[in-house]
Design a protein around this ligand. Structure first.
Ligand SMILES: Nc1ncnc2c1ncn2[C@@H]1O[C@H](COP(=O)(O)OP(=O)(O)OP(=O)(O)O)[C@@H](O)[C@H]1O
Ligand SMILES: [Mg+2]
Length: 713
């Protein structure tokens, strides 16, 4: 239920388009389903009766006219005689657009005749013709007796009077001099053109509604993709961990495409099939004698569909799972290509891939086999319906209850009913599959952020402020042990604070807390005296230039990577490049700043990547700089130059700098060095003080500096 509500939320802005689609679809179905009736009309009236569509005579020979009058009551006879106009032999008249040169004296129906006339004339017309066939003169004396006699003879054939009349009418028209072939051609041509017009109109409604449906579905899909993207942008690391990266990608692409198809289907066949079905059923209802064939066929199809569902449905679901696995194996293989090759483990990977691939093939084949059995079976049923309708319909045609054209129309309507039924059944199979995707999409969209802005965030103070940790402890979500414990220190403007400690001591974790990539578990971090959780995340991050431990570049150019969507003056850009010692990277390439960078920055070296991501942080012009082990890939000389240039910039701007480093040399000039050991502070102070007071620091220093340098302190 919630799933449908969610889809509805995205469809709501397009309700008008949706209504138009429904209206167009309805028009399309109505138009489409008049065609078999029109065809029936051409076959019956156009071909069988030579273009004579109703039994009311338009022209009568004088002889028949007079005989007919004899068979009528006086009142009827008066009505009848006054409805026709007399013409002499050799006179000309235009009847239904055909010029008639009368071969005998005739009577032509006037334009404004009484509607009852058809009923009044039907029997007398047949009687008059029968009498003529049998060479019986009709006159005042014998009319009544003759009528009684013919009435007796024709008893039980009343249902076919219309057909009889139409057949006699041909002779009557021929007698009067109407060219029958012209009559027929005109009729077929007119009906044909009308059918063509309807077909074109039908196609037009279909094109428009398909166009609208496609557009609507694409728009909804784009909106959802945008929303997922926005949502994921706000994800913290722990939110990310809930879904894997590849799962998020499949959800944004594959699952959204599934949903898009579902919507498109919803706007087209899911609307059409039931409408088609219902209208077609109302049409076949006109032939109650043949309905049982349809009932039998539908029952049989239901059984086949149900059996297919039971056999193949579980496999359908399995296939989805296998596609996921195939993707995962393939992804891992592509990502790890270099390692796999270096370790020569291609055979193992191949085996892993073959395993999944083989299972996929087998399952797919099974489903295809079942399907290949089902389709011919259904075709067989449809053909059997045709055969049965013709077989049993023939006897009804024989007694003139149903015309040949109507049988043909019935077959077409019956096919429509069967097709609609099958489509509805297919939809029931497909919808649950699509709904799985929908659910996966909204799982992402409905995720609650673990790091949120508070309701009424406070304004970020202007200028540079002190950042302070107050008894901060932190454990990763889901972990029991704290990675950081009871961390307290502060960093004032124009101060450089360095962190040093062994691998895994929590340095990166600590600086991530400043950027609010995670929120503290206990204690608080303040900026300008306020808990950083009171500010808006964007405001906080605006203040910070963060260079993560793993330097990351994006596909684009050197310039786009440094500017990173911000307005950066040429001067600032130049300075950022200079300080980060990236000049040579720019100079090295003929395209300079516009040198392309590949996805993940794989076309520059690790050190170059590091320097460019430093440039990115500098170009942002923040008031807090965070360098997480950012100088490790630089050689000593470059490291030194960079720090010198950085110091100038920082003291000029009175910024706060956090440096995480492994090398004592990098941090020995820092105002405050914080030594971390297993998540706890082992010592705080300047280089010289720490050498004296902090055992951990002394050990690190001893391993890096020579005796002289240590003694210097
Ligand atoms: N996303 C995470 N989920 C759970 N535990 C983590 C996560 N990231 C790091 N840890 C754990 O937190 C501890 C500290 O990691 P951290 O990355 O802060 O260390 P570090 O001091 O930066 O190490 P290095 O010098 O190698 O960069 C480690 O023991 C690590 O296992
Ligand atoms: Mg680290």
């Amino acid at each position: 239920m919630k799933t449908f509500k969610n889809i509805a939320r995205y469809l709501r802005p397009f309700w008008l388009v949706f209504l138009v689609i429904i209206a167009l679809t309805y028009a399309q179905v109505q138009l489409d389903l008049t065609l078999p009736d029109r065809m029936s009309d051409i076959v019956t009236n156009g071909i069988q009766y030579g273009g004579i569509k109703d039994s009311l005579p338009k022209v009568l020979s004088a002889k028949t006219y007079e005989a007919m009058a004899q068979f009528m009551q006086d009142a009827d006879a008066a009505k009848f005689t006054s409805a026709y106009k007399s013409y002499e032999k050799g006179e000309k008249a235009l009847i239904d657009g055909i010029e008639v040169n009368f071969a005998t004296s005739s009577y032509v129906l006037k334009e404004d005749y009484d509607k009852d006339l058809a009923k009044i004339e039907l029997e007398p017309f047949i009687y008059a013709n029968l009498a003529r066939q049998n060479d019986i003169e009709v006159n005042e004396q014998n009319a009544e007796a003759l009528a009684l006699m013919l009435d007796e003879t024709l008893r039980g054939q009343e249902s076919s009077f219309e057909a009889m009349a139409k057949t006699y009418l041909r002779d009557e028209y021929a007698l009067c001099g109407v060219t029958l072939s012209t009559l027929q051609t005109n009729y077929i041509l007119n009906s044909g053109l009308l059918m063509l017009g309807i077909a074109l109109l039908c196609a037009l409604t279909q094109v428009i509604s398909t166009y609208l449906a496609t557009k609507l579905a694409a728009r909804v899909a784009a909106n959802i993709r945008k929303d997922i993207f926005k949502k994921v942008e706000g994800f913290s690391n722990s939110d990310m961990d809930k879904f894997s990266t590849s799962s998020l990608i499949t959800r944004t692409t594959n699952d959204v495409t599934q949903l898009q198809q579902l919507i498109q289907m919803l706007c087209r066949i899911i609307l059409i099939a039931p409408m088609m079905g219902i209208v077609s059923i109302s049409k076949v209802m006109r032939f109650p004698d043949l309905i049982w064939i349809l009932v039998v066929a539908l029952t049989f199809i239901s059984i086949v569909m149900l059996a297919t569902l039971v056999i193949a449905m579980p496999k359908f679901q399995k296939i989805q799972g296998l596609v996921d696995r195939l993707n995962r194996v393939m992804r891992e293989f592509l990502d790890g290509m270099l390692v796999i090759r270096a370790f020569g483990s291609e055979k193992l990977e191949e085996k892993r891939f073959d395993g999944v691939n083989d299972e996929y093939r087998r399952t797919d084949l099974f489903v295809s086999r079942v399907m290949s059995f089902v389709m011919p079976l259904l075709m067989f049923v449809m053909n059997m319906v045709t055969v049965l309708v013709i077989w049993f319909g023939a006897s009804f045609v024989d007694i003139n209850v149903i015309s040949v054209g109507e049988i043909m129309a019935f077959i077409q309507y019956a096919m429509q009913v069967i097709m609609s039924f099958m489509i509805v059944a297919m939809i029931w199979i497909m919808i649950p599959r699509a709904l799985v995707s929908v659910r996966r999409i909204f799982e992402v969209l409905d995720t609650d952020y673990s790091i949120k802005d508070i309701k009424d965030p406070i304004a970020m103070p202007q200028g540079n402020m002190t950042l302070a940790f107050e008894n901060v402890s932190f454990a990763y979500p889901g972990a029991d042990e704290c990675v950081l414990e009871d961390i307290t220190f502060d960093a004032k403007p124009n101060e450089t604070v360095a962190f040093i400690g062994s691998t895994g001591s929590g340095k990166s974790t600590l600086v991530k807390l400043i950027v609010r990539l995670f929120d503290v578990t206990a204690g608080k971090i303040t900026y300008g005296g306020n808990d950083i959780r009171l500010y808006r995340q964007v405001d906080l991050r605006e203040k910070i230039g963060y260079v993560p431990q793993k330097a990351l570049l994006f596909s684009g150019t050197i310039r786009s990577n440094i500017e990173f969507g911000k307005e950066v003056s040429t001067q600032m850009l130049q300075r950022a490049i200079e300080i980060s010692q990236s000049q040579e990277i720019v100079a090295e390439n003929s395209q300079g700043l516009d040198t392309p960078i590949t996805q993940g920055g794989t076309n520059v070296s690790g050190g170059q990547r590091q320097r460019l991501s430093i440039a990115r942080a500098l170009a942002k012009d923040p008031s807090i700089y965070i360098f997480d082990d950012s100088f490790s890939a630089l050689d000593y000389a470059t490291d030194k130059k960079l720090r010198k240039a950085l110091n100038d910039l920082v003291s000029e701007k009175k910024a706060t700098v956090f440096i995480v480093a492994q090398r004592i040399a990098t941090i020995r000039d820092a105002d405050k060095i914080i030594v971390l050991d297993e998540g706890k502070i082992a010592g705080i102070g300047k280089h010289n003080e720490l050498l004296k007071t902090c055992e951990v620091y002394r050990e690190i220093a001893a391993s890096q500096l020579n005796g002289e340098e240590l003694a210097d302190a």
